[in-house]
Write a protein that binds this ligand. Structure first.
Ligand SMILES: [Mg+2]
Length: 239
């Protein structure tokens, strides 16, 4: 009898960003947040010219309202109302008609789900409730055993540690260094991977130009998750 127990051990944790990496809401999520900000604070700040990519939801709210001249302490008091309104709008607005997985996503997640040595989770700036609504609208809700969210930390660079803590609780392993893989479409995804000592897979499937991603020298740079070079090998899942 061959003891293949070691092969069963989960030895890599792959963490996916949501917007621009797994799915697109075709602008609906931005609309929903804008309405929530207007409903709570009477303004959404400079939302029309704001760059969202890779930012956490609390960071987005604080930055937009700071530009509208609203003191941070006042924003903090209204934050839970903003997010309650936001999630109510999201749940009403998102559907499979406007919220779809990006190219290659289902295939990649299916391939990873067949591997017993890989654990799959989320690392996203979305608040947890928002991520759940988006993923369920896109039919992707059942793929992620752990997650680190914008509702955990306003600073994305701290989210690798959050994901590792949850992974440790679930699998008894800390997934140190490049055994944690961060997959995302924006510059802050690469930066947070670096901050956590993780492996950075960058996918130019969102709003950030490939050249801007390349400038940060991710470990892997893909045009999309439909690339023939995509998972699992290029996610570092073979080592
Ligand atoms: Mg993104």
């Amino acid at each position: 009898m061959v003891d293949s127990g070691w092969q069963e051990k989960v030895h890599r944790l792959i963490l996916f960003d949501v917007d621009g990496t797994l799915l697109s809401t075709n602008g609906q999520a931005g609309e929903a947040l804008g309405m929530a900000l207007h409903g709570t604070f009477g303004t959404a700040g400079p939302i029309e010219r704001y760059s969202w990519a890779g930012k956490t939801d609390p960071q987005i709210v604080f930055e937009l309202l700071a530009e509208a001249g609203i003191p941070r302490a006042r924003v903090e008091r209204g934050l839970s109302e903003v997010f309650d309104r936001y999630c109510a709008h999201l749940a009403r607005m998102l559907s499979p008609d406007n919220t779809r997985p990006l190219a290659g996503v289902r295939e990649v997640l299916d391939a990873l789900a067949r591997r017993s040595d890989v654990a799959v989770g989320l690392l996203t700036g979305n608040i947890r409730r928002g991520a759940d609504i988006k993923l369920h609208a896109a039919g992707l809700g059942d793929n992620f055993a752990v997650g680190a969210y914008g509702s955990d930390q306003e600073d994305r660079n701290r989210l690798v540690a959050v994901a590792r803590t949850r992974a440790l609780a679930l699998w008894g392993d800390e997934f140190p260094g490049t055994r944690t893989v961060v997959v995302g479409d924006a510059e802050p995804d690469i930066r947070c991977a670096r901050a956590g000592g993780a492996y950075a897979v960058s996918v130019a499937s969102g709003k950030t130009a490939r050249e801007a991603l390349a400038a940060l020298q991710p470990d892997v740079l893909l045009d999309s998750l439909a690339s023939p070079l995509a998972l699992p090998a290029r996610l570092g899942a073979d080592g």
